[in-house]
Design a protein around this ligand. Structure first.
Ligand code: PEP
Ligand code: MN
Length: 337
């Protein structure tokens, strides 16, 4: 419920109404930054109706939030959210370029890959210490040792880093080493993980599930926000369709659609979205052209030797070329790099 106060409501009316909302067992919200005093109330619709806030003398109007996701919705929060990942903004006019290898393999591999990415303009490092693998025999990451390497390399280069957390038991360790936590596609509806990561006090990058509808994805983001985290970045990384020529089908419809429905920033991952190295640069350009706030791209110092996702990882020279061609595309849609 969105509650707009009358222009001549007394100064203490917001506090009084927030108290009424709280006393009814609902979640009160105070929305600063708008010209009018706007309050929110979340919770059981029947209790909201019983409160009859529209008949309060200080209330001008009461309107339901129609979307099933509330905190995530633009109805409640019309202005774009800018997420701060270790000092790098995601969601403002500057595009965020998150790049690095699929996994932390060795200190040398990560440093060489990260340095190449940074030299070409990447602003946030990515790499997994915990890797979700389809086969139990695949390289599943170095775990805590990988986190240590990740932090060292990120500090050496002065880059913030985002990395995946797969298990609630690892959240503290990952949050101690990373500037932002990634929830992978396969865990998008792991509700226990969403709640716990939402409460971890770090920005979150939430990947879209391979078979998730946009509404389900935004409801997963709602779990994070309902747990107290307003620093959520969405990541479109391709969905499973009948098409098998590419690893996934990168759903770029989702970008402008999601931006119309939510204030949260969205980045596009053309690496997992295509699974094919040579398709990554054109789809990265397309992602930016259709309004993404940034990109997440896999770059490896030696892709043929990569322990995971080598086929979709860019060679450093390819990433440099992508960044060069991205500049005019970004400028054409009013973004800077
Ligand atoms: C990754 O970013 O390396 C990854 C495992 O991605 P996803 O969860 O999108 O498959
Ligand atoms: Mn990967």
């Amino acid at each position: 419920m969105i509650i707009v106060l009358s222009p001549n409501a007394p100064a203490d009316s917001a506090e009084r109404l927030l108290g009424r909302i709280k006393d009814a067992g609902l979640q009160p919200l105070h929305m600063p930054g708008t010209e009018r005093v706007v309050l929110g109330a979340l919770g059981d619709e029947r209790i909201l109706a019983e409160l009859a806030l529209d008949s309060d003398p200080d209330v001008e109007s009461v309107k339901p939030i129609l979307a099933p996701y509330k905190l995530v919705s633009r109805e409640l929060h019309p202005h774009d959210t800018v997420v701060d990942v270790g000092g790098v903004p995601v969601g403002g006019s500057a595009l965020a370029v998150i790049a690095g290898p699929c996994a932390v393999e060795t200190q040398d591999q990560l440093f060489a890959s990260a340095k190449a990415a940074q030299d070409s303009g990447a602003t946030i490092l990515r790499a997994g210490a915990y890797k979700p693998r389809t086969s139990p025999y695949g390289f599943s990451g170095h775990g805590p040792a990988g986190l240590t390497i990740l932090r060292e390399v990120a500090d050496d280069l002065g880059m913030p880093v985002v990395t995946e957390v797969m298990d609630t038991a690892d959240i503290d360790a990952v949050a101690d080493h990373a500037d932002a936590l990634q929830i992978g596609a396969r865990n998008m509806q792991n509700f226990a993980l969403l709640r716990a990561v939402g409460a971890a006090g770090r920005p979150v990058l939430l990947k879209r599930g391979p078979a998730a509808k946009i509404e389900e994805w935004l409801l997963a983001a709602e779990y994070l926000m309902a747990a107290g985290n307003d620093q959520v970045i969405l990541c479109e990384r391709g969905i499973r369709t009948f098409e098998t020529a590419t690893r996934n089908t990168l759903d770029l419809n989702a970008v402008p659609y999601v931006k119309s429905k939510t204030h949260l920033p969205i980045v596009v991952d053309p690496s997992h979205g295509t699974g094919i190295r040579d398709l990554v640069p054109p789809m990265a350009l397309a992602g930016v052209a259709c309004g993404a706030d940034g990109l997440m791209v896999e770059v490896h110092c030696n892709p043929p030797k990569a322990l995971s996702d080598g086929a979709q990882s860019l060679f450093p020279a390819q990433f440099a070329e992508l960044m060069r061609t991205l500049r005019p595309v970004a400028a054409a849609v009013g973004r800077t790099l």
